[in-house]
Design a protein around this ligand. Structure first.
Ligand code: HEC
Ligand code: HEC
Ligand code: HEC
Ligand code: HEC
Ligand code: HEC
Length: 229
């Protein structure tokens, strides 16, 4: 059989097959990244707010509890947002001339609520409930990130269905003692951040997680009608 193609063709053919495979992989990878990037999901992207409210200052520096402002988070599906009156209990005496607080004073004077930019949102067809999560030992920072370090609030997770399910499938990996639910910079138990619970020192999540799942009677709720009703 005479050789139809030059010998070098083999090399070219092989190289181009490898090239096509790499190209497909690259396209796949790029679209996967874009899908997960802040541009689409708003994750880690601080949003502009009418007043540059800092959770870092108010929760960590000043030690104000979440429930002082998000009053219904333990009792309702909705966490609740503070009224201007809540801000003014302190800011009618503190920082009263700060230009940063001018919109707060205007809102109080004109009796018009401040229109905060929404950071976390779910589509209407999803049912969510704060109270049950708080009651079962799921902390604010597990879903909202270390809010005590945020100068401007941002979304910490995608809130996609697979994100909800990653916990509903394995709640022991995330549950914490109820007393720590509102901690604005909670650390999971580790060598570096040991956690004492009922006199026992924990340096890993799982032994504590398994204990709490039993104690709080946590179920793994993954049927569709839990969240789509
Ligand atoms: C002094 C009042 C105050 C306290 C205390 C406070 N917050 Fe807030 N929180 C606000 C205000 C005002 C906003 C709206 C502006 C913003 O998003 O930063 C907000 C927004 C949020 C949002 C985003 C809401 C959205 O639009 O999705 C989360 C999450 C949140 N707070 C969690 C917490 C947690 C967790 C704590 C306790 C560790 C806490 N907050 C304590 C006043 C407060
Ligand atoms: C319990 C008292 C208290 C309440 C309630 C409170 N603040 Fe403050 N706020 C403070 C203190 C104290 C400071 C001083 C800043 C610091 O801690 O370094 C401050 C500072 C600020 C500042 C200056 C910027 C900064 O560094 O954070 C803004 C803006 C502000 N608060 C907005 C608000 C808004 C909006 C509300 C209502 C949702 C609110 N505060 C409710 C106590 C309070
Ligand atoms: C299991 C995850 C999870 C936990 C735990 C959680 N949140 Fe949320 N939070 C969400 C989701 C999801 C939304 C968006 C809800 C929506 O769009 O209906 C949200 C919204 C909010 C909002 C905006 C108002 C609202 O209710 O829609 C605030 C404020 C807030 N959370 C504060 C808190 C505080 C404070 C805690 C702890 C006491 C907390 N969250 C614990 C997932 C969580
Ligand atoms: C970090 C863990 C965690 C995450 C993340 C989480 N959940 Fe849950 N969820 C739980 C636990 C624990 C329960 C309580 C299970 C039980 O009843 O024992 C629960 C219960 C629920 C319930 C049942 C409420 C009721 O009244 O029966 C709904 C609805 C729900 N979650 C929706 C969601 C949605 C929607 C998301 C995502 C946006 C989400 N959860 C994210 C841990 C989580
Ligand atoms: C723990 C809560 C939870 C459970 C359980 C759950 N979903 Fe979802 N689902 C969500 C959330 C949150 C979204 C919205 C995600 C987003 O923002 O795109 C969603 C979105 C969807 C969508 C819209 C397309 C998409 O992926 O965004 C479909 C279809 C869907 N779910 C079907 C199901 C089916 C079928 C089941 C049962 C096998 C199920 N879900 C169980 C929370 C849940």
């Amino acid at each position: 059989m005479p050789q139809i193609f030059h010998r070098s063709f083999n090399t070219i053919a092989r190289a181009s097959i490898v090239g096509v495979v790499l190209l497909i992989a690259a396209i796949g990878f790029i679209s996967w990244r874009v899908n997960r990037s802040a541009y689409i999901t708003y994750v880690k992207e601080p949003l502009p707010q009418p007043v540059p409210f800092s959770h870092r200052h108010h929760t960590v520096t000043d030690g104000i509890d979440c429930r002082y402002c998000h009053t219904t988070v333990e009792t309702s599906w909705y966490a609740g947002m503070p009224s201007t009156h809540t801000c003014m209990t302190c800011h009618s005496q503190l920082w009263v001339h700060s230009p940063m607080l001018a919109p707060v004073r205007a809102s109080y004077r004109e009796d018009k609520p401040i229109e905060w930019t929404r950071v976390n949102t779910l589509p209407d067809f999803v049912y969510f409930n704060h109270a049950i999560h708080i009651h079962k030992g799921i902390g604010c920072t597990t879903c909202h990130g270390q809010i005590g370090k945020m100068a401007i609030t941002y979304r910490a997770h995608t809130l996609y269905m697979r994100w909800c399910l990653s916990c509903h499938n394995h709640p022991a990996r995330y549950v914490r003692p109820r007393a720590q639910v509102f901690d604005p910079i909670y650390h999971r138990p580790s060598e570096k951040h040991p956690l004492v619970y009922e006199g026992v020192v924990y340096t890993r999540q799982m032994p504590l997680g398994r204990l709490l799942v039993k104690k709080y009677r946590i179920q793994s709720l993954i049927s569709c009608d839990t969240c789509h009703r």
